[in-house]
Ligand binder design. Structure first.
Ligand code: TAP
Length: 489
């Protein structure tokens, strides 16, 4: 089995306790590597190393050009090591190689270059108050920051957030998800290659209940960027009161994808399928898991979506022709299967899908175990069902019929979440009217799940606390604003 080590103060080390966790390949259900099972004392070491690195390197005061140069070297290193990193990521969390190798890592390198540009273009402002005052603002680094990551897209989140924090002049402590840690521990080598001062980036592997909890409550950490479930986000908020940490929370979703009768139905079928039956089996925060369909085209749309779903090949994520890989973990597989059961118990109709690994193998699929669920759609008129309200985080959607704009908007907004929404219509006025009324941080019209590092991204309601990642203000997430009033009278 491969072994990966913590990265603290520029050194690779096991957990102080010497304990380990197995990392399981979700395509087979078998362990393939082991990672340190760290504890609070390893987090203390990492915070101390980060503080020391800031002091000895003077990183907060290094020129913007120098910070940008290091980041561009990191982007080059990502390009150089894309093959190895993408293979580890796919082995570890089951996201198909065609995405990790050909989309996610090349995208991460481009995003790091964009952030390097932002480091060179950081501006405060002068404020005209009165004649005897010279007033201005400046953006300043926070110091030791932290990042807690989920398992569904570890490397892109890691590179983009760590690069933004470093670009802003901070040091960072990272806690990856225990089920998807190996690729991140491997990726720490790139910071050595790009000649970052040792200790600016630290990664501590282990359980959320131990390592994550210690990070959330650590008085030496000034900021946490957390991406994960709403439930864990709520816990982190409580722990962060210890020193009133600056928090950015990017949380769960139950996003509506709305199909109006006047839509280009070919495009809508493909777009709705791409929004939920994703290559990583619907484990996307923005998954379009509630498909709202105007009544007059409901039957036709569901029939066409079923045909499209059947054309998606479910299988080995290392195979470049695979359309959809496995669920990332045994626990999440169990959760998705429990929702398949719940949907039937709640009285929803199974429009298509519903089979998992054992059924697929019985019917001749060459799968070697693992955590597979085929694209699945439940049909119901009840938006109050648990399958209509709760995030399933798998390739399972709920279809609900509606009539007219008002009902579409009412249904779309009727969950505690507000991460994303999609709408399909050929009527430009309706597109604007409905977009304006949707309570979601990200709205797509005649497309779905389109993202770019130059466009801000964040969640409303219980999908986040309103701050945004990405976009031209991405570094502000990692900085404090200082206002200066100078008496010149
Ligand atoms: P969580 O269970 O919330 O885990 C996320 C991270 O928090 C993991 O590193 C986890 O560690 C850690 N954690 C768990 N308990 C903790 C605690 N008590 N204190 C501190 N940290 C703790 O989420 P997940 O199941 O990995 O990811 C799926 C969720 O993430 C979904 O809800 C999805 O919508 C959301 N998500 C949101 C976004 C955006 S941008 N809004 C993007 C991707 C995913 P361990 O896993 O090691 O225990």
């Amino acid at each position: 089995m491969e072994e990966f080590l913590n990265y603290i103060g520029g050194e690779r080390r096991p957990a102080r306790s010497g304990a380990w966790l197995d990392s399981v390949n979700p395509a087979t259900g078998k362990p393939w590597a082991r990672i340190p099972a760290s504890s609070a004392e390893d987090v203390d070491d990492a915070v101390q190393a980060a503080q020391q690195a800031l002091e000895t390197s003077g990183w907060a005061y290094v020129s913007a050009a120098e910070r940008a140069a290091r980041l561009r070297a990191l982007a080059d290193a990502i390009d150089t090591h894309t093959e190895r990193l993408s293979e580890i990521e796919t082995l570890d969390n089951g996201r198909p190689l065609r995405e990790t190798r050909f989309a996610q890592l090349p995208g991460a390198a481009l995003q790091v270059r964009y952030l390097a540009g932002l480091a060179e273009n950081l501006h405060g402002s002068t404020v005209d108050i009165r004649s005897e005052a010279f007033a201005y603002t400046s953006w300043e680094p926070i110091g030791v920051t932290a990042l807690i990551i989920p398992w569904n897209g570890p490397l892109p989140v890691f590179f983009s957030k760590v690069a933004a924090s470093l670009a802003a002049g901070n040091a960072i402590v990272v806690k990856p998800a225990q089920q998807a840690t190996a690729s991140i521990l491997e990726a720490t080598r790139l910071f050595d290659e790009a000649s970052f001062p040792p200790g600016l980036v630290n990664v501590v592997s282990g359980r959320g209940s131990e390592v994550g909890d210690a990070v959330a409550g650590h008085p030496g950490i000034g900021k946490i960027s957390f991406t994960g479930s709403t439930e864990t986000g709520r816990h982190i908020m409580q722990r962060a009161t210890v020193n009133i940490k600056n928090l950015l929370l990017e949380l769960g979703g139950k996003s509506p994808n709305i199909v109006f009768a006047d839509a280009d139905l070919d495009a809508a079928v493909a777009g709705v399928a791409a929004g939920i039956f994703t290559p990583n089996a619907g484990q996307a925060c923005v998954a379009g898991s509630r498909v709202l369909i105007e009544s007059s085209v409901y039957d036709e749309f569901v029939e066409r979506l079923a045909a499209h779903a059947q054309s998606i090949t479910v299988g080995d994520p290392m195979d470049l022709s695979t359309g959809m890989g496995p669920i990332a973990t045994q626990a999440q597989y169990d959760t998705v299967r429990s929702y398949l059961q719940l949907g039937r118990e709640e009285g929803a109709d199974l429009a298509f899908g519903g089979r998992t690994t054992a059924d697929l193998v019985k019917e001749g699929s060459p799968l070697r175990g693992g955590y597979y669920v085929e694209p699945t759609l439940f049909a119901t008129r009840d938006n109050g069902l648990r399958i209509s309200q709760e995030e399933i985080f798998g390739p399972v959607a709920v279809a609900l019929p509606f009539d007219g704009d008002d009902q579409a908007v009412e249904l779309a907004n009727d969950t505690p979440y507000g991460l994303a929404a999609g709408l399909w219509t050929e009527d430009v006025r309706r597109a604007h009217r409905v977009t304006r009324r949707l309570r979601a941080g990200n709205v797509w019209v005649n497309t779905y799940k389109a993202m770019h590092w130059a466009l801000p991204f964040g969640g409303h309601k219980q999908s986040g606390n309103g701050g945004t990642a990405n976009g031209p203000t991405a570094l502000h997430e990692w900085m404090d604003l200082k206002a200066v009033w100078m008496n010149i009278g």
